[in-house]
Structures are given as C-alpha cells and as structure tokens.
Design a protein around this ligand. Structure first.
Ligand SMILES: [Zn+2]
Length: 132
C-alpha cells in the first residue's frame, strides 16, 4: 500500500462520518419540529404508548430512539470502515484511523500496534523512479 492509497482510505473513512451527523441533525430537527408544531399529536401518541399519566414520556422516549439511531449509524460506519483492509495493519490487524496513528503511519510507514511496515512504497520513491 502506498501513502496515497492510505490517505484515500482515511479520506473515505472521514466522509463516512457524515451519516451519524446527518442522523443527529435531521433527527433533532425533526423531533423539535414535531414537539413544537404537533404538541397535541405527541401527547396523543404518548398516551397510546405509555398511558395518560405518563404521556409526557414520549419526548424522553423520542430522544432515546434518536440516541439509539445515532449509535447504530456509528456502529454501521465502523463496520463498513473495518472491511477496508487499507485501514488495518496486515500483520496485527490494528485499526489505523486514530489521528496519532495516521501521523505515525504517514511519517514512518509503520504500524502503531506492532511497529512493522504497512506502507510498502512511498510516493517519493515512485517519483525518483519516474525521474530516471
Ligand atoms: Zn501492526
């Protein structure tokens, strides 16, 4: 794997994180909209789900469902990213996506877990070959 391939994999990994952010943004917006624009319907739904004395629990339950949706989306992003072999060490399977790990891998070409080489050729090496 070259440094450029690793950088592309990291860029893709970072782009994947738009999904939990989108779930959070759309979820909180939708929830605020529903609570402010349809308070009677929210209370009616709360009464149906939790009974009349506990109808207000619908708001707490909505936040709980939103939190679960965010966690599920984050877990899905992690699973998708784990399948990209460029993001893991081929020797020890260390997941090389933390900021400190990215700096070490790009600077040294070595894994932060086992210390063995994960970058097989640098772009500078390729440039030198092309120069001759
Ligand atoms: Zn390793």
């Amino acid at each position: 794997m070259t440094v450029d391939e690793y950088r592309q994999a990291i860029a893709r990994y970072r782009r994947l994180h738009i999904w939990p952010i989108a779930v959070f943004g759309l979820g909180t917006s939708g929830l605020l909209y529903a609570v402010t624009m349809y308070p009677a319907e929210m209370t009616k739904l709360g009464t149906a789900l939790f009974g009349a004395p506990n109808a207000d629990w619908i708001r707490t339950a909505s936040l709980f469902v939103l939190a679960i949706a965010m966690l599920a989306t984050s877990a899905a992003v992690h699973c998708v990213a784990k399948r990209d072999r460029r993001l893991s060490c081929s020797h020890c399977n260390e997941f090389l996506v933390r900021e400190a790990a990215i700096l070490v891998v790009i600077a040294t070409g070595n894994c932060t877990g086992c210390g063995r080489q994960v970058i097989t050729s640098t772009n500078e090496d390729d440039a030198e070959v092309e120069d001759f």
